[in-house]
Write a protein that binds this ligand. Sequence first.
Ligand SMILES: NC(=O)c1ccc[n+]([C@@H]2O[C@H](COP(=O)([O-])OP(=O)(O)OC[C@H]3O[C@@H](n4cnc5c(N)ncnc54)[C@H](OP(=O)(O)O)[C@@H]3O)[C@@H](O)[C@H]2O)c1
Length: 317
Amino acid sequence: MNFGLMGPGVIAEKFANACQSCEGVTLLGVASSKKERAQAFAEKHGLKKVYASYEELLADPEIDAVYISVIHTGHFPLAKKCIEAGKAVLCEKPLTSSYTDTMELIRLASERKVLLMEAMWMVFLPSVQKALEWIRKGAAGTPEYMTCNFSNFCERDPKGRLFDPAQAGGGLLDVGVYCLDFLLEAAGKEPEKIQSLLRIGPTGVDEMGTVAFRFPGGLLAECAFGLRARLDNNGYIFCDNGKIVLRDFWQCRKAELYDKQGNLLESVEDDQQNGFVYEIRAFCQSFEKGEKECPQMPFHKTATAARIMDEILENGK
Ligand SMILES: NC(=O)c1ccc[n+]([C@@H]2O[C@H](COP(=O)([O-])OP(=O)(O)OC[C@H]3O[C@@H](n4cnc5c(N)ncnc54)[C@H](OP(=O)(O)O)[C@@H]3O)[C@@H](O)[C@H]2O)c1
């Protein structure tokens, strides 16, 4: 499978490195709005092709799929172009910056029968999968309360993508999306009630946020996310007979199962250094099978998170 990459920035490095560990996957070429940037990236990673524009990449019949790693606001227009060109799309999170745009991409991909997936790599991690298996099997009993948080401290740079409203900055779209997806995966259903609070900072974006959820059946959950606090970034599922702990849940390499006395019953660790390999393999499998959505990250998950993020941005201010 030949990938083309659009947006050779920070996270694109990790994707390019992961491709090296995925059998049958070649990162064939790269396009950027600045050709010199694409050139430098191609040299660093030994890529065969450098395109003069995104359009040139899309016109290459050798390209099967495109990985989009531009900033959030570029996801929608580029993904739309890719789908229209008939290329499969693996697009960085969040798929778009709004529910409306997300639904438009899903509609278009369905209509054109093109594989589209939000690159929510967390759900493919083996330790996250293990934790979900423990929940489904009731290994710690019935979940009663879940919590997770994700925030690293970032300097306020009004021109940088994280703090600039024009670049869809803010903690929710950048890291809060992981919290939402984690809680939705763990609950296995959509919440019936959500209450949110955001702190809008001096540059006009949500710098810190906290959200509480109630799921049908009574399961409660909360999360905190943002750009200014150093949180521990762990995820916890507290059950009536024990608990499940995911260290650094969004890039989890260690999940632990405890009984009600706090004894460790089981622990799984993943020694894979680059967790992107799992999502890439799953995406490629779907492509090979001719699937138009990936079973582990189907459209409804992306759409639900997008709808809830719109709601939080509307009601949390
Ligand atoms: N999965 C993960 O763990 C993870 C981690 C970090 C980020 N991400 C996601 O990846 C995406 C990119 O994040 P990043 O940190 O890699 O971004 P970045 O390095 O700041 O920029 C990536 C690319 O976006 C385009 N870009 C940058 N600034 C721009 C601007 N002001 N106007 C228009 N385009 C601009 C450029 O593409 P061109 O070179 O084509 O011009 C750049 O190469 C984000 O959507 C983010 O959510 C995911």
